[in-house]
Design a protein around this ligand. Structure first.
Ligand SMILES: [Zn+2]
Length: 427
């Protein structure tokens, strides 16, 4: 059966915006994008491709504010000790909340690095498209293999959920571990060059990463990107890449290494501003990720789009360093390219999967609309998402948000457990 939605604007991203546009889809696939009006018409709204969130940790959905403004050492210690309070059931409840928050923000695909694997179940249940990269922390590759097999048997692939592996970072995993992960033929993602502390540890073996003592690989005396040189390639998704100099950018480009840019996380953890413009200019496949509430306040992809624009323009001191249309592409098709999902998602194009988001622009300062991409990027918010459709199925509808009460209350009980005893009452 053919379904259709229409709105004041349809923004295909790979083609100019269509005023009074319609998207028709059948069996989960887009069949037509054109001028027209459907029975289900959204006045004062824009239809955009579902956002592709290139870096999340859904199972940290309720970790907001833990260790805020702390240096990296105490920050990570707080997270580790609090995470220990949660059993598998609680982790699943929190991951479910994360999946729903993503849908509420118009996200239809996530690239999720998962410690427990709970994200696989949570995304499958929510109907969110996902690559779930199971995290391993290992110096001997044999340890990575053991962790992989142990976690892999807990999770299942579905038509929408693929399973990958995440060697956590080059300061917790050896090159042999990276080679093992890349030999599996599944998607591979890591964290790379995130903080000045990481650079300090790689160059000098000192600083907070050395003091924590969970980092076991001897530092090679090179910059982080150089340290991974022998394993860098188009199949290794690298989150962050803040601490990169010109030669690192050139190496990432030469090896066609995909990068997930996470400007809010990098800013809030005091890590810096990634060189988005130079990376893009060098031809690196850069996508956009919210990271998780362990470091950012939310999975709000609109906030992330704006942060990307602010950071790029402030860093380059040019108002055109990242236009609204480029930002919208960054959060959709560019992220899809970074994840190698661009044949299926990222634009509203006949033949691709029907992943789309309806954003209300009514009452925003950008309405009536002059530039629809700017209206979505600067005027959009999760509260303005009216509907999120994944693979032709409506997975979120604004009016039905009350159904989440149970998910929220279970996740909030898990958070209370992590916070320990209740706060003393105010005087
Ligand atoms: Zn991360």
């Amino acid at each position: 059966m053919i379904s259709a939605v229409s709105a004041d604007w349809v923004i295909p991203v790979d083609a100019p915006p269509i005023e009074g546009g319609i998207v028709r889809y059948e069996d989960g696939r887009i069949v037509e994008v054109a001028v027209g009006r459907a029975e289900r018409h959204f006045a004062g709204a824009a239809i955009v491709p579902g956002f592709v969130n290139a870096h999340t940790h859904l199972e940290y959905a309720n970790y907001a504010g833990f260790g805020d403004a702390m240096p990296f050492g105490p920050w990570i210690t707080t997270h580790i000790s609090r995470k220990r309070q949660l059993d598998a059931e609680a982790m699943l409840a929190v991951a479910r909340l994360g999946a729903l928050e993503c849908l509420r923000s118009g996200v239809t695909t996530v690239a999720d690095y998962s410690f427990s694997g709970a994200a696989a179940q949570a995304t499958a249940d929510a109907g969110l498209r996902a690559i779930v990269y199971l995290e391993v922390f290992a110096v001997p590759a044999a340890d990575a293999e053991e962790q992989w097999h142990e976690k892999r048997q807990r999770v299942e692939e579905t038509p929408l959920v693929r399973i990958g592996i995440s060697p956590h970072a080059p300061y917790t995993c050896s090159l042999d571990t990276y080679r093992f992960c890349l030999s599996l033929g599944v998607p591979v993602g890591t964290h790379l060059a995130e903080s000045p502390h990481e650079t300090e540890w790689f160059l000098h073996g000192s600083g907070p990463l050395a003091e924590i003592g969970m980092f076991l690989v001897p530092p090679p005396g090179t910059r982080p990107v150089q340290a991974l040189e022998s394993v860098l390639g188009p199949d290794l998704l690298c989150a962050h890449c803040v601490e990169v100099d010109e030669s690192d950018v050139a190496l990432l480009a030469a090896r066609d290494v995909p990068v997930a840019h996470c400007p809010r996380s990098n800013a809030l953890l005091g890590c810096g501003v990634a060189p988005l413009t130079p990376l893009r200019a060098a031809g690196v496949r850069v996508g956009l990720g919210t990271d998780s509430p362990a470091s950012t306040p939310s999975f709000d992809l609109f906030e992330e789009l704006r942060a990307a624009v602010y950071a790029a323009r402030a860093r380059e001191r040019r108002a055109d360093a990242l236009t609204a249309a480029e930002a919208l592409a960054l959060g959709t098709i560019d992220s899809a390219r970074a994840l190698r999902l661009d044949a299926d998602v990222g634009t509203l194009t006949p033949g691709k999967r029907a992943d789309l988001t309806v954003v209300s622009l009514a009452g925003s300062p950008y309405h009536p609309v002059e530039d629809p991409a700017a209206a979505v990027v600067f005027g959009g918010s999760p509260d303005r998402v009216l509907e999120t459709i994944v693979d032709g199925q409506t997975r979120y509808r604004k009016a039905e948000e009350t159904e989440w009460r149970e998910v929220r209350s279970i996740a909030s009980a898990a958070r209370a457990r992590m916070l320990g005893s209740p706060r003393p009452p105010r005087p």
